[in-house]
Design a protein around this ligand. Structure first.
Ligand SMILES: [Mg+2]
Length: 303
């Protein structure tokens, strides 16, 4: 089990390194400072942008002790915003999840990459769109789009003008093959609402929309457009919504070097890496930092 987790984590790390040419670039500090947990960062920062998977929760379980730590930060006047790439879920589902896990976070303080992609679409012309999205959440928040779910019907792929990748929970190898074949016949825009390659779940790593987007890019030459960490729009939207006072100290906290830490740094923020949960828990995080060159300002063994 431990060996399997280490192999998965190493695979995920290497998968992100392979696509670095499609990710933003940033400068990093020379070294990282240690801290025991999030409350030790309270003296350094006013605003905490928190990744969800690997920081607040693993799958449908809260990381033990973290709801209490977040509550303590809030009680000390620190502002908390969850910045997540979980684009497959409507906000209502995320709200219900965080409440069930024991987090008291206001709706406006949860920013999901789903909103970032929908915001982008609101500025683009009308198009017929094909969806990679779990059917079980229906068209909630997508009602206004002229869109169809993509599944086993090959003609649906050829009929749409643009593809939106929100969530891959119900996506299969067969669907991916149909999408790539259709894009080869007729290249069209692919907009990715969740750039993550994997997510930690109770049973191991799941393949997320970013995995399929990079695969189709390699297979077809179509260059996907990404919305969500580590790309800049989600950080811009978070700061616009929070409108922190001038001089406010903002930190991005996450478990993944190539999404949370790279993205936070590229957006000009301080960063804190959770090393003992999520993406790097099963592997040597110091080796990962050296190999990627992505150096956080702080390293915390736990959130
Ligand atoms: Mg994470």
């Amino acid at each position: 089990m431990a060996a399997e987790a280490a192999r998965d984590a190493q695979w995920a790390f290497e998968a992100y390194e392979k696509v670095r040419h499609r990710l933003p670039e940033a400068d990093f500090p020379q070294t990282s400072a240690p801290a025991a947990h999030l409350e030790e960062l309270a003296e350094h920062f006013d605003v905490f942008l928190l990744d969800a998977f690997g920081v607040l929760n693993i799958g449908e379980e809260a990381i033990p002790g973290v709801p209490e730590r977040i509550a303590a930060l809030q009680a000390a006047g620190r502002r908390i915003m969850v910045v997540s790439n979980a684009a497959g879920y409507p906000r209502r589902v995320l709200m219900e999840r965080y409440a069930r896990l024991g987090y008291d976070i206001a709706p406006e303080n949860i920013l999901c990459s789903r909103e970032v992609l929908l915001d982008e679409l609101s500025r683009r012309p009308h198009r017929r769109r094909g969806l990679m999205a779990p059917r079980r959440h229906g068209m909630e928040e997508l009602e206004h789009l002229d869109a169809v779910f993509l599944d086993e019907d090959p003609s649906a792929y050829d009929e749409v003008e643009e593809f939106l990748l929100f969530g891959s929970d119900e996506w299969t190898q067969e669907h991916q093959a149909l999408l790539e074949a259709s894009l080869r016949r007729d290249p069209r825009p692919v907009l990715v609402g969740n750039p993550d390659i994997v997510a930690p779940r109770e049973g191991g790593l799941s393949r997320e929309p970013g995995h399929f987007a990079h695969r189709l890019a390699d297979a077809t030459g179509v260059a996907p457009e990404f919305f969500g960490k580590p790309f800049p729009d989600i950080f811009r939207m978070a700061l616009a919504r929070l409108s922190p006072a001038p001089g406010a100290r903002v930190v991005m906290v996450g478990d993944t070097l190539q999404t949370d830490i790279l993205g936070g740094r590229a957006a000009g923020l301080a960063t804190a890496l959770i090393s003992g949960y999520g993406a790097l828990a099963a592997i040597d995080h110091e080796a990962a930092i050296r190999r990627s060159g992505i150096v956080p300002d702080f390293i915390l063994p736990r959130p």
